[in-house]
Design a protein around this ligand. Structure first.
Ligand SMILES: Nc1ncnc2c1ncn2[C@@H]1O[C@H](COP(=O)(O)OP(=O)(O)O)[C@@H](O)[C@H]1O
Ligand SMILES: [Mg+2]
Length: 244
């Protein structure tokens, strides 16, 4: 039965979709059956990030409305056979209830190991719909003050969902600036938000080009922590301690 994990942040543009898709790729590379489910209705881009936007025949709303079976709404990734994308429709003109999404995901869960839910920015309906479909959460933030403030708000809201696990990913982490004390280190951000650190991702050139950094060590390490492997937290990479 799949672990359902929602990516959330409050603020837009901090890397939810990037983390969701790259994590999906890393888990699929390890042989796990992964469904990346896009719950960012209207502004969906997980299919684009994974390069399958032209392959999808149906989307989540089609499955909810009974136009196809849940399995038919999945687009299999041509490069990673155990990775599928469940896109949402580009036009958010049809209401999709959390219960309807849960039903679709529950019917797909026995055939997957992970269902990664990409959620929209904000703390409104879309956030709640995505959070209510998951059992675990990954909070994504950057070291920027505005992103951390939103993440703090979301971290508080996540406690209402009683997730079995919640982890933090600090995206666009800046080792150099953390060393100088110009920004908080990922470890400090995790303490501030009181969410265990799952990993930190620096700015990666590759992600500008095609969104997927297949050989990215940070995403590999986040995947292995998610799997429970007690990968020692590489202080150099993940807890950029300030020089004393
Ligand atoms: N670590 C990173 N390095 C380089 N570019 C990144 C990184 N993380 C995200 N991006 C880029 O930033 C933009 C916003 O990221 P995205 O994942 O779409 O944010 P969100 O889903 O939270 O709105 C995208 O163009 C993405 O490719
Ligand atoms: Mg997104």
């Amino acid at each position: 039965m799949a672990r359902k994990i929602v990516m959330t942040s409050g603020k837009g543009g901090v890397g939810k979709t990037t983390v969701c898709c790259n994590l999906g790729v890393q888990l699929a590379r390890l042989g796990y059956r992964v469904i990346v489910c896009d719950l960012d209705f209207g502004l969906n881009n997980a299919d684009v990030a994974l390069g399958v936007e032209n392959l999808a025949l149906y989307d989540l709303t089609d499955a909810v409305e009974g136009k196809c079976r849940p399995k038919q709404a999945l687009t299999r990734h041509p490069r990673y056979p155990t990775l599928s994308v469940l896109p949402s429709n580009r036009v958010a003109d049809r209401y999709v209830s959390p219960q309807a999404v849960r039903l679709i995901l529950d019917s797909l869960a026995p055939q997957a190991d992970f269902i990664l839910l990409d959620s929209p920015a904000g703390i409104e309906e879309g956030f709640h719909r995505a959070a209510s479909c998951a059992e675990e959460a990954i909070l994504v933030t950057t070291p920027h003050v505005s992103a951390m403030r939103d993440a703090d708000r979301v971290a508080g809201m996540l406690t209402n969902y009683r997730f079995s696990r919640t982890g933090l990913v600090v995206n666009l982490a800046r080792k150099d600036m953390a060393r100088r004390g110009d920004v908080l280190s990922p470890g400090e951000i995790a303490s501030l938000l009181r969410v265990p650190l799952l990993g930190a991702v620096p700015e990666e050139d590759k992600l500008y080009l095609d969104n997927i950094a297949e050989r990215s060590r940070p995403f590999r390490e986040i995947a292995s922590r998610l799997l429970g492997a007690e990968t020692p937290v590489r202080r150099k990479l993940f807890c950029f301690g300030r020089k004393r």
